[in-house]
Design a protein around this ligand. Structure first.
Ligand SMILES: [Zn+2]
Length: 270
């Protein structure tokens, strides 16, 4: 009798469990799947380390990772990659917008542009150790989520009218030498630059169309108004940081054209 009672109790318990929990069997796996993450967006915090950490953990902004500026540098994970971090705000690239949902955000402690002792505006440099740690992190994220080179971007690239981080001191060329991000062929750019110096610059409309093809949010209306100059300026900060005045010149036009030609070749090869 006691055994029967026990058996009845077990059956009752099984029924309760079956009713309140869905048992999921993950023995099968579909081939048709990929990561939801398409972009990595790089930022500077614009604050010192203590304030950066406080703001990114207590306020309505966040990032998946924070690279500190102490010694040794630490990489802090503030948001799991499975969660959305609030780092890019209103943002665009190619046909995508609101990139927080499809990106990993990395903040680097760096105060950006500040007045120095002479009263001049100066950009704070990134330390080699910060960039070395960033490169290791980027390689890991890129490999796990299969991020394409043109989708490793700065906040200013995806929000050119609102943001200027990670600024002209950020070493995009160093990253490109490590196979991270899109870059141009320097020999071809010299040739194209000479061509534009002799034959004249391409039209504003053509350059704006090409910037749009590269992914920038720009309206190709053929005039260099303040918005379009701002987009050109953030492009220069990324690819030609020694001069970022937002004015079209032969070298900037040559870099844009070379990146477009490289994109066409990779499309053809695919
Ligand atoms: Zn930012």
């Amino acid at each position: 009798m006691r055994i029967v009672k026990r058996l009845l109790f077990c059956v009752w318990m099984l029924g309760v469990v079956a009713c309140t929990h869905t048992v999921v069997d993950d023995v099968y796996s579909a081939r048709g799947q990929d990561s939801r993450i398409k972009y990595i967006i790089i930022h500077y915090t614009g604050e010192n380390q203590e304030d950066s950490l406080r703001i990114l953990t207590e306020q309505q902004v966040s990032a998946h990772y924070l690279i500190t500026d102490e010694s040794p540098v630490r990489v802090l994970q503030l948001v799991p990659e499975s969660q959305r971090a609030w780092h890019s705000g209103e943002s665009y690239w190619g046909k995508d917008s609101q990139l927080n949902g499809i990106s990993i955000g990395i903040e680097i402690v760096n105060s950006g542009q500040r007045k120095n002792a002479m009263g001049d505006e100066a950009w704070q440099p990134y330390s080699s150790e910060q960039i070395e740690r960033l490169i290791l992190l980027l390689k890991d994220i890129q490999q796990r989520h299969q991020i394409t080179p043109e989708h490793i971007l700065g906040h200013s690239d995806v929000a050119p009218l609102r943001k200027i981080d990670p600024g002209p001191n950020f070493p995009w060329q160093w990253l490109a030498q490590e196979g991270l991000g899109r870059w141009y062929d320097e020999d071809r750019v010299v040739q194209l630059m000479q061509y534009y110096q002799q034959k004249g610059l391409p039209s504003a409309e053509k350059v704006q169309q090409n910037l749009r093809k590269l992914g920038y949010f720009i309206e190709p209306h053929g005039k260099w108004d303040s918005d379009n100059r701002q987009v050109l300026q953030v492009f220069q900060m990324h690819y030609r940081p020694l001069r970022y005045d937002g004015v079209l010149d032969a070298q900037t036009a040559a870099i844009i054209e070379d990146l477009i030609q490289t994109d066409k070749k990779s499309l053809f090869n695919n």
